[in-house]
Design a protein around this ligand. Structure first.
Ligand SMILES: Cc1ncc(COP(=O)(O)O)c(C=O)c1O
Length: 501
């Protein structure tokens, strides 16, 4: 046997060879591994009779007990079978039984599900903390001390209970706090029982797809539009129909209702992503009426509706009429921080009651301490104070970005209202937005190409989506200057324009 599995490394021999530097594995472990390797490698083919424990212990220079335990372990995981006649190698696989090498084969071609191929390779891994990245809030202005207190409070009051599974729809305290906030701040008609807590808006979108569609159903989406919504629709094997967007938001050709009746319609009415358009009331009412007629659901993604810097807040579409067929989706990624991964969907009352059983199967209640801390953060007024501070900060940053863009991209149209955390710049056709963003990344800047949000190539979708949430006001003008220089190069301009003193 020693010729097949090789000698074991005894402590004394090992010390002699390496000067006591490294201890060998215990003999029992070594013996198990050697026998396993010999079986898997075909050197001990299926059916071979292993030596008795007495013989092997003498041959390998180990105690009989070591061999007995090794054989028992190999038998427990199925490498060998023991009967009255002795211990034999099990028939593991035909290759092993024939004694062929079990060397790993060359990596096979992976047969992914068809939907995986639809995820175009447009999203490159980039650092979301780069200046000008859209969608990232001011991470260094988050009130960490208050959040730490809220987390500690949650731990003091709820441990160890909150280490267990929670209610699948989320902590009741947080659902109630969200409902109270949405009623007051966003005009949403809801109770806590209608709020389902999710892992960010993304899981809320996925949940809408799973609750309300079957594969092949038609889903409409704003174009250009949010990639996360497209990803959710693709995961549900839906037939995606792009709907154009203009200055009044999503613009549905009237014939589309009959031609391609949808099951789901994704919208971002308060601040269309990424063009910044506000969906007009006339269109909201029409969408609600038509969706009701068609038996479709409107997803209202209110991702940054809290941040409006002038005039009255734009109230939600959900609250416009009674029992609107609206699934109101929200997120704390911008109002708190993205890594919190807490979002929610507000279901219509009847659905919330009816879907409870399905939700219990589809979701698991986790992140309980964070949810409890967030509930307290909201109830105690910390959340409201943080929002107030961030509104002032973002207003200032948006103003600085507007000024810089008006100066360095004077001929380009700036899209986006008085809200959110990004502005969108339309570029002339001569400047390719993808090339420009590649060059910007190389310079440590993170704007996104407007065209990367479009499903259909359309006029007006060449541009930059520029975030200001996580970029200090004083860094915006120099960063825009770099973009202008790069755009100048991209357009074949030799020298950048000089900035006014
Ligand atoms: C349009 C839109 N919706 C929702 C979200 C938030 O998604 P999540 O809560 O999954 O982070 C974002 C984040 O960038 C967004 O841009």
């Amino acid at each position: 046997m020693i010729e097949i599995i090789g000698p074991l490394v005894h402590t004394a021999a090992q010390r002699g060879a390496r000067g006591g530097a490294q201890k060998p594995a215990p003999l029992q472990k070594q013996l198990i591994e050697r026998l396993q390797q010999a079986i898997l490698g075909g050197r001990l083919p299926a059916g071979s009779l292993l030596p008795s424990s007495r013989l092997l212990s003498a041959e390998m220079g180990v105690s009989r007990n070591t061999v007995v335990i090794a054989y028992e372990h190999l038998a427990a995981v199925g490498y060998v079978v023991a009967d009255k006649k002795g211990t034999r190698v099990s028939p593991l696989s035909s290759r092993a039984a024939r004694g062929e090498s079990s060397a790993p084969p060359a990596a096979p071609e992976v047969a992914y599900a068809a939907r995986v191929g639809q995820f175009a390779a447009t999203r490159k891994p980039v650092d979301n903390a780069l200046p000008l990245t859209p969608g990232t809030p001011a991470l260094d202005r988050f009130p960490l001390a208050a959040w730490r207190r809220a987390m500690e409070r949650a731990m003091e009051r709820s441990l160890p209970r909150a280490l267990g599974y929670g209610t699948p729809a989320g902590e009741p305290a947080l659902r109630d706090a969200i409902a109270a906030h949405l009623r007051m701040a966003r005009g949403v008609r809801c109770e806590g029982s209608q709020v389902v807590i999710t892992e960010g808006a993304q899981e809320a979108l996925n949940l809408c797809v799973r609750l309300f569609t079957n594969p092949g159903d038609v889903a409409w989406i704003e174009d250009p539009g949010y990639r996360g919504a497209k990803a959710a629709f693709r995961q549900g094997d839906l037939t995606i129909q792009p709907m154009p967007v203009d200055a009044e938001g999503i613009c549905v050709p009237p014939a589309a209702w009959a031609a391609q009746p949808p099951k789901l319609i994704y919208t971002s009415p308060a601040h269309q992503y990424p063009t910044g358009a506000v969906l007009s009331v006339a269109r909201r009412l029409e969408l609600i009426a038509e969706a009701r007629r068609a038996g479709a659901w409107l997803i209202e993604d209110d991702y940054d509706g809290e941040f409006r810097y002038s005039g009255e807040p734009i109230a939600s579409m959900q609250g416009l009429v009674d029992d609107a067929p609206v699934l109101y989706v929200g997120s704390f990624s911008k109002t708190m921080f993205p890594a919190l991964r807490i979002g929610f969907v507000v279901l219509p009352r009847a659905i919330a009651e009816h879907a409870e059983v399905a939700l219990y199967e589809m979701l698991r209640g986790g992140h309980r301490l964070e949810q409890l801390a967030l509930a307290h953060f909201m109830e105690s007024g910390e959340f409201g104070r943080h929002l107030g501070r961030m509104r002032r900060l973002y207003r200032e940053r948006q103003q600085a970005l507007r000024e810089a863009l008006s100066e360095d991209f004077a001929a380009s149209e700036i899209l986006g209202g008085e809200s959110g955390m990004h502005l969108t710049l339309r570029l002339p056709a001569g400047i390719d937005d993808e090339t420009l963003t590649e060059r910007a990344f190389a310079k440590g800047l993170g704007p996104r190409a407007l065209s990367s949000f479009a499903l259909k190539p359309r006029a007006g979708t060449n541009g930059l989506v520029i975030g200001y949430g996580n970029t200090p006001a004083e860094q915006l003008a120099p960063a825009v200057r770099v973009l202008a220089e790069l755009a100048g190069l991209a357009a074949g301009r030799e020298k950048p324009r000089r900035r006014r003193a």
